[in-house]
Design a protein around this ligand. Structure first.
Ligand code: AHM
Ligand code: MG
Length: 394
């Protein structure tokens, strides 16, 4: 009977979030609206990814990824004007960037970014967006920010007339990487979208402060993996749930309720090609994985090179994912706002941990949009081990 009910009583992601919302008195569906726009973006990208080879979407779009140009410090005077506005010009046509040798952006990255920016803006529930693909934050046109009011006025209104609350929307800031793991696009290996969501403090005075919040302020985070199936993993701060896209229904259906990461894992996941530049604790940890001294069997190494896929496996099977600092990249590679924070939030919500080598990852306080940080995340006990190695070094 239970199996029959499962097949006929489908828990879609929207139904699930509406149910969760029902537990919070005073919530009026703003988050559900925002999420439905994120889900639309994920479905669009899932469809584009699956057709990429056929549609000849794979190839170079002739634009430059901001991460590469930031590293070479050659772009300084171009700003993105508006949501979904013009992307960076091709470096080869840009008189001020003749020295740019930056990584060229793939068409699918461009497309995914445009889709997400437009979907988020049109939700009417966002004020500011940060995308991996845009150097500057995108401040949403005030006319598209829904109805809101600053917190002081809100408090006054609350006490004067509760009904007036219905006039105002909660507004959000979304930090996202529209298509992470782009080096895997051309060979059909899993890639994904990552997102983290914060509340906006005052919609009439939206600043960069609204996005440069510590990870502990995250109210929801998730990722969508475009793999052998399309899976969306989400936490709204009340555990972690996984939904799989049923292509025949066009709906994400709850397939992995209440995900809990195993307390200890048997897998480690790291780019060992960087080993010669690692610091002591990382090198010692990986050595222990391969040559355990306590009689336990060696661990398996799994590394896809797509954070979403590597983290997804870690979440389901247990183990640890590492992107450490090294002598060449003292802050590691992964970006705090749209890679480290959302994945750390999910790990903690699933009972695991995330550590930077110095502190709990969610307690980082980013100062710039594209800040990077080392990260070690996964099963509770495995992260404890790396924490102990760093502690013994200092
Ligand atoms: P990207 O944003 O340029 O795609 O880079 C991020 C990706 C992550 O998905 C992955 O964990 C990491 O880069 C892999 O890096 P490396 O190739 O150095 O191992
Ligand atoms: Mg990326």
């Amino acid at each position: 009977h239970a199996a029959e009910a499962q097949r006929t009583d489908l828990m879609t992601i929207t139904r699930h979030v509406l149910n969760e919302q029902g537990r919070h008195p005073g919530s009026r569906g703003d988050f559900t609206i925002l999420l439905s726009h994120i889900v639309l973006g994920c479905k669009f990208v899932a469809s584009a990814v699956s057709k990429a080879g056929l549609a000849k979407l794979i190839g170079l779009a002739g634009e430059t990824n901001v991460q590469a140009s930031k590293q070479t410090n050659t772009f300084t005077n171009h700003k993105l004007h508006a949501p979904g506005g013009p992307m960076r010009p091709c470096p080869h046509h840009d008189p001020c960037s003749s020295s740019v040798t930056g990584e060229e952006q793939k068409k699918l990255d461009v497309l995914s970014n445009e889709v997400f920016v437009k979907a988020l803006v049109s939700s009417g529930r966002t004020c500011v967006l940060v995308s991996e693909e845009n150097e500057e934050a995108i401040f949403v046109d005030p006319a598209l920010r829904g109805k809101s009011v600053n917190p002081v006025t809100l408090a006054v209104l609350f006490f004067s007339c509760l009904l007036l609350l219905l006039l105002f929307d909660y507004l959000y800031c979304v930090c996202f990487d529209p298509l992470d793991g782009s080096s895997n696009i051309d060979c059909g290996v899993s890639i994904g979208t990552i997102f983290g969501i914060y509340m906006i403090k005052d919609k009439d005075n939206v600043t960069l402060e609204d996005v440069l919040q510590p990870g502990t302020d995250t109210i929801a985070a998730g990722y969508c993996m475009y793999g052998s199936s399309c899976t969306l993993v989400l936490s709204t701060g009340n555990g972690v749930n996984g939904f799989t896209l049923d292509p025949s229904l066009g709906e994400f259906i709850l397939t992995h309720p209440n995900i809990k990461i195993p307390k200890k894992g048997k897998i480690y996941s790291v780019n060992e090609g960087n080993a010669k530049n690692w610091d002591g604790p990382t090198a010692k940890f990986v050595e222990k994985c391969k040559y355990p001294q306590d009689g336990s069997p060696p661990r398996s190494l799994r590394y896809i090179g797509s954070m979403v896929a590597d983290v997804h496996r870690t979440l389901l099977y247990g183990g640890i994912f590492l992107y450490p600092a090294d002598h060449k990249s003292p802050n590691g590679k992964l970006r705090v706002l749209y890679e480290v924070f959302p994945m750390s939030f999910l790990m903690e919500q699933a009972g695991g941990q995330a550590f930077t080598g110095k502190q709990r990852a969610l307690e980082l306080a980013p100062t710039k949009l594209h800040d990077r940080s080392p990260v070690f995340l996964g099963s509770y006990d495995d992260v404890e081990e790396i924490k102990a190695l760093y502690a013994s070094e200092s």
